[in-house]
Write a protein of this length. Structure first.
Length: 204
């Protein structure tokens, strides 16, 4: 049996262009006309390939997490907990201060969605919580391996790292420079609990 009519556009390229629009304007600030113009397709093609606006945003969010935001998951493979944190926070600085990238897509859409977009906000929060859980698990492993002091609290430390990362995004949006934010990262790493810093507070 012959297959359906092939799409006359590159789906991956269209998703990348949709990502740029959502990243720059946020979910609520983006109209379907903004998306179709950027993606170079009409509404029937958008609906046929991606579903409605919310479904498209979920696809874009996955693409963001696996692409520009992928440094956070990749950092978990670092051999030491301090290296994990350095890569996560360093990645946040690079991403949010890059003139070609308008801040942090997940932070922006977790904070700016109104009640009528609760499902979208929830999708963002769920992905952020999955990242938080993965970091907590990595820090639990570090404690079990002796890379963190026995009394360290992986849950509090993971939340601390995410709080600093979110703060980096907020400061970058307020025109803080990469050099200024790297100094903040240096302060976090200087206080990080571990064998190289025996006097640090093991909680966070």
């Amino acid at each position: 049996m012959a297959g359906g009519r092939p799409r006359a556009f590159d789906e991956d390229a269209a998703l990348d262009r949709a990502l740029e629009v959502f990243w720059r304007q946020g979910y609520e600030g983006t109209a379907l006309s903004d998306l179709t113009a950027a993606m170079g397709i009409n509404r029937p093609s958008l609906y046929g390939a991606f579903g409605n606006k919310e479904a498209l945003f979920r696809r874009v969010l996955d693409r963001y997490v696996d692409g520009p935001g992928g440094y956070s998951a990749a950092a978990l493979a670092e051999p030491r907990a301090r290296d994990v944190v350095a890569r996560i926070l360093g990645g946040a600085v690079e991403l949010t201060t890059d003139s070609g990238h308008p801040g942090c897509l997940s932070v922006r859409n977790a904070q700016a969605c109104g009640p009528e977009c609760e499902q979208v906000r929830r999708a963002v929060v769920d992905r952020r919580n999955a990242g938080l859980a993965a970091l907590r698990a990595r820090l639990e492993r570090a404690r079990d391996e002796g890379d963190l002091p026995p009394g360290a609290d992986p849950a509090a430390l993971a939340r601390y790292v995410f709080t600093v990362s979110d703060g980096i995004a907020s400061q970058a949006a307020s025109d803080a420079t990469a050099d200024e934010l790297r100094k903040v990262v240096d302060l976090v790493l200087a206080a990080w609990p571990g064998q190289g810093n025996p006097h640090a507070d093991p909680g966070c």
